[in-house]
Design a protein around this ligand. Structure first.
Ligand code: HEM
Length: 428
């Protein structure tokens, strides 16, 4: 089988090849993302080829394509090959980069560690940590959330309090996922990540785990995974869950500080909550917060694109695609298709009061769908909402800059990190 699809085999697909060698890379780096997407959709429709960042791939930007590819009925769309393009070997031997029966076996073992019993442990760990957390007055909110999420995920996944050394290793591993070049060139981000991974593995061998609860311990004691498999899967939870959750938590506050009506509504709801340490049921009852969470992920899904590679030829949308076609689903685009979402670029959480149509359901995929749907979706939502809960319970946030652009690479976030003043509430 040919391992590459070239410009000739994709000749019949709409789109253009751009400049020799670099293709349209400059467009992706320099043009505003939304303008570029709108232009591509308008010129070529919702299936088009792209040649950028050294790859030739086909973008599928419709709910029907999301359904077809993520349902993966014939098992021809590979996660392993797709994600290799983004993460190199970083995701190797983890759920995200596994296919077929190997994925099913690991996924069912991992799913047990996210059971409802264990969720009670998660709740306890997260609430306790946030109750003790000192909230500074002036913050770069993305970094503030980032640090919280590293600490929380470490506690949940490996147990106990991370030492400063472990915290630094954890951050280096996580940051290596955002490295542009996924090769361990000495001194590079990716190289530091690999060294940190080995160091973290050594620290964990030596340390006495908190035996009360951790995902890693559950996998070691209650699953058929080997120690190495359990370690790889656990470590990847930190990588997969960290920036995604921090991005979601940050955009919640980004929108609340810009939409005072929603800020008032969410704050009032949070203050009316009978508990300082709500469990998931109590959080779910905070309706405005749930609407805001959903709308935030619609506008800025932290994972903007989902890659796959076809292992066999297939047909879709009136086109034939050769085996080994690299493809990209784009939640970032389908979540804003004007044909599906009224005032698609506007923050209107109330739209989620009405059940989604079937098309909207398949367009709205911030956590993916199908066999690889985010295994940490519950946890990501819970952490992002609880950070908001504790911050709003204790402070009145206001934005320090009236305007703040959004940067999208490696993860969507306000370009200056969302500078906020968190004024402490006076006691009632
Ligand atoms: C708001 C936060 C989060 C968002 C938006 C998000 C998004 C996603 C998406 C879109 C996928 C599907 C990828 C694909 O189909 O190829 C995914 C998979 C995954 N996520 Fe998340 N994620 C979040 C939080 C988390 C957390 C907190 C964890 C871990 C504790 C986590 C662990 C994973 C793992 C392990 C997978 C791979 C699942 C599989 O392939 O079976 N994620 N995530």
């Amino acid at each position: 089988m040919n391992s590459h699809v070239n410009d000739l085999t994709l000749k019949h697909i709409p789109g253009h090849d751009g400049l020799p060698i670099i293709g349209s890379t400059l467009d992706y780096l320099l043009k505003p993302r939304r303008a570029l997407t709108d232009q591509l959709l308008q010129n070529y429709g919702d299936i088009y080829k792209v040649h950028a960042f050294g790859n030739r791939l086909v973008v599928f930007a419709s709910p029907a394509a999301n359904k077809f590819i993520l349902t993966n009925k014939d098992q021809i769309f590979s996660n392993e090959l797709g994600w290799k393009l983004h993460f190199g070997d970083l995701a190797q031997d983890t759920l995200l980069a596994m296919d077929g029966s190997e994925h099913s076996r690991h996924r069912s073992e991992m799913a047990r560690t996210f059971s409802s019993d264990n969720r009670t442990h998660f709740n306890h760990i997260i609430n306790q940590y946030l109750c003790e957390k000192t909230i500074p007055r002036d913050v770069g909110y993305f970094d503030f959330c980032n640090d919280i999420v590293v600490d929380l995920l470490y506690r949940i996944v490996f147990g106990g309090n991370p030492t400063d050394e472990i915290r630094q290793h954890t951050k280096d591993v996580i940051n290596s996922a955002g490295a542009f070049i996924k090769k361990a060139i000495p001194g590079s981000k990716f190289w530091r990540g690999q060294r940190a991974r080995n160091a973290l593995s050594a620290c964990l061998q030596e340390s006495e785990f908190d035996k009360q609860f951790s995902i890693y311990n559950s996998l070691l004691t209650q699953s058929t995974l080997t120690k190495e498999e359990a370690f790889n899967q656990s470590l990847f939870l930190l990588i997969a869950g960290h920036h995604t959750t921090a991005s979601a938590a940050t955009f919640i506050m980004y929108y609340l500080t810009r939409h005072t009506h929603w800020m008032t509504q969410v704050s009032e709801e949070i203050h009316a909550c009978p508990s300082d340490t709500p469990d998931n049921n109590q959080l779910q009852q905070l309706e405005s917060l749930s609407l805001v969470f959903k709308e935030t992920l619609r506008l800025y899904p932290p994972l903007r694109s989902i890659p796959r590679q076809a292992t066999q030829a297939f047909e879709f949308g009136g086109f034939e695609f050769p085996a080994m076609t690299k493809l990209m689903l784009v939640p970032d685009d389908t979540c804003r298709l004007p044909s599906l979402w009224e005032n698609a670029d506007q923050f209107q959480p109330e739209r989620f009061l009405t059940p989604l149509s079937d098309e909207q359901h398949w367009a709205y995929i911030p956590f993916g769908m199908g066999a690889h749907r985010c295994i940490g979706a519950y946890l990501g939502e819970f952490i992002a909402k609880l950070i908001t809960f504790h911050v709003l319970r204790e402070t009145i946030p206001s934005a320090q800059c009236a305007q703040e652009d959004v940067s999208l690479i490696p993860i969507p976030k306000p370009a200056q990190g969302l500078k906020l003043t968190l004024r402490r509430r006076t006691a009632p």
